[in-house]
Design a binder for this molecule. Structure first.
Ligand code: GLC
Length: 457
């Protein structure tokens, strides 16, 4: 429930920001998306598939489309209210001249990422594959290639999981904005989703991750526009969409499961009350410590999802700490890059990702194939664990030592992966871990503690 509200809030904020000519609000989803109710088992992906993906921990998100040509983010047509006829003319300039999905995959691998998720179609409606139900697609653009086909092949060749982002909402449909008045058109929007999802899951081999964005009844009416006393107004945040239900997400899910039983789905295609996907998607923030419901934070390496000229890039320390904070909270991180219109990832971003990969090359054992916990994360950092091993990640030293709560296990040995001395003091009150100040790492001091039994028990 909260999930839908927060997304609606996002859209509402985006819409009003657009009207006011302001930069989009990017983080209005705070606090809600990781607290969705447990999923009804009917549509769940098989547990081993999900568990493997959880252990992968780190993936690459790619926002790429016509909007990349304008260099002002993926919402540009909406936020600047560009005439679609003009926007469509960008197709003549969309050459994909430097599109080399093997290079993307190599960059992802060098970063230590294990999967990729590409925007097969964003809210503007432009398809990166040869959709049979649309003319607004790459094969009709100057590129004249099926980019999704090439991308999916490249992922598999590199041994990465194949992920596709798909936006059920499409700004070309008045029925999305006014679902009551243009009911037929809203139904056509829904049909397009069914048809296109079917294409994506039929023509490109095994798809591992389906990443929806903008489906479900609460997104209708621009995520909150409704007609009532006094004219059009934005719906109260606490209220759901009250028009005639359209989405029937369970039918979509049933089709998906029939086509690809093992595809992992996020939580952004459902209406409220429906199944909430295989995982939650806190956006532009790291999710709260949560070991039951799987979650994945999606965040941008720069500030924008789609390519933005001279965008500010995050430091290595920031990126690594985000990844670690996700892992200690038992979540994944989907880190976004927005390639240029021609299709290449900026060299400085490639370099940053390589640096991340170098760190993971050294300390990856404390991230991959672990679970967050057993101690809840805190301001100083947190822990991951596998079997008898607990890895403490100290990101921000509080004082002389870090205090862990009491544990029924005895700590039998300790070592620092980052090469420092470690002093462990275990009593009935808890565990105190100290590292001499000069030996602490600026980004992450990693300490492995061996317990006398599995951390889970
Ligand atoms: C938002 C935006 C979108 C972006 C997505 C990524 O919902 O609408 O532009 O693709 O977040 O999570």
């Amino acid at each position: 429930m909260a999930t839908e509200h927060s997304r609606r809030g996002f859209l509402m904020a985006s819409a009003s920001a657009a009207v006011a000519g302001l930069t989009m609000a990017r983080d209005v989803s705070a606090g809600a998306q990781d607290s969705a109710p447990p999923a009804a088992p009917a549509f769940n992906v098989p547990t081993p598939v999900l568990e493997r993906w959880r252990g992968d921990r780190f993936g690459m998100f790619i926002h790429w489309g016509l909007y990349s040509l304008l260099g002002r983010g993926e919402w540009v047509i909406f936020s600047e209210q560009i005439d679609y006829r003009e926007y469509k003319r960008l197709m003549d300039r969309f050459t994909a001249a430097q599109f080399d999905p093997d290079a993307w995959a190599a960059t992802a691998k060098a970063a230590g990422m294990k999967y990729m998720v590409l925007t097969s179609r964003h809210h503007d409606g432009f398809c990166l594959w040869d959709s049979k139900v649309s003319d607004f697609k790459c094969t009709r653009s100057a590129a004249r290639r099926d980019l999704v086909a090439e991308y999916t092949r490249a992922c598999r060749k590199a041994g990465l999981l194949v992920g596709l982002y798909y936006s059920p909402l499409d700004w070309r449909f008045p029925g999305f904005f006014f679902p009551g008045m243009y009911r037929e058109n809203a139904e056509a929007l829904k049909q397009q989703t069914y048809d296109q999802v079917r294409e994506l899951l039929t023509n490109y081999g095994k798809i591992d991750i389906l990443w929806f964005d903008g489906g479900g009844d609460d997104w209708l009416g621009l995520g909150g526009l409704e007609f009532g006393e006094g004219g059009w107004h934005t719906r109260d945040r606490a209220k759901h969409y009250e028009g005639r239900p359209l989405w029937e997400a369970e039918k979509l899910y049933a089709m998906i499961r029939e086509l690809q039983p093992d595809v992992i789905m996020n939580d952004r295609a459902a209406s409220h009350g429906d199944w909430q996907g295989d995982f939650s998607t806190p956006e532009q923030r790291i999710g709260a410590f949560e070991t039951q419901r799987p979650w994945e934070s999606c965040m941008t390496l720069c500030t924008s999802w789609g390519y933005r000229t001279n965008d500010t890039m995050k430091s290595l320390g920031t990126v690594l700490q985000l990844l670690v904070r996700a892992a200690v909270g038992d979540g994944n991180l989907l880190l976004n890059v927005g390639p240029t219109a021609a299709g290449s990832i900026e060299p400085r971003q490639v370099q940053r990702l390589k640096e991340v990969g170098e760190w993971l090359g050294q300390y990856g054992e404390s991230i991959y194939g672990t679970r967050g916990g057993p101690f809840p994360s805190a301001a100083w950092g947190g822990c991951t664990w596998r079997g008898n091993q607990v890895y403490m990640h100290v990101l921000d030293w509080p004082e002389d030592y870090v205090q862990l709560p009491p544990t029924p296990h005895r700590i039998v040995s300790s070592r620092s992966l980052t090469g420092s001395q470690v002093k462990v003091d275990q009593t009935a009150e808890g565990v105190r871990i100290a590292v001499p100040a000069p030996e602490r790492q600026a980004i992450d001091t990693v300490i492995a503690l061996e317990l006398d039994g599995p951390a889970s028990g």
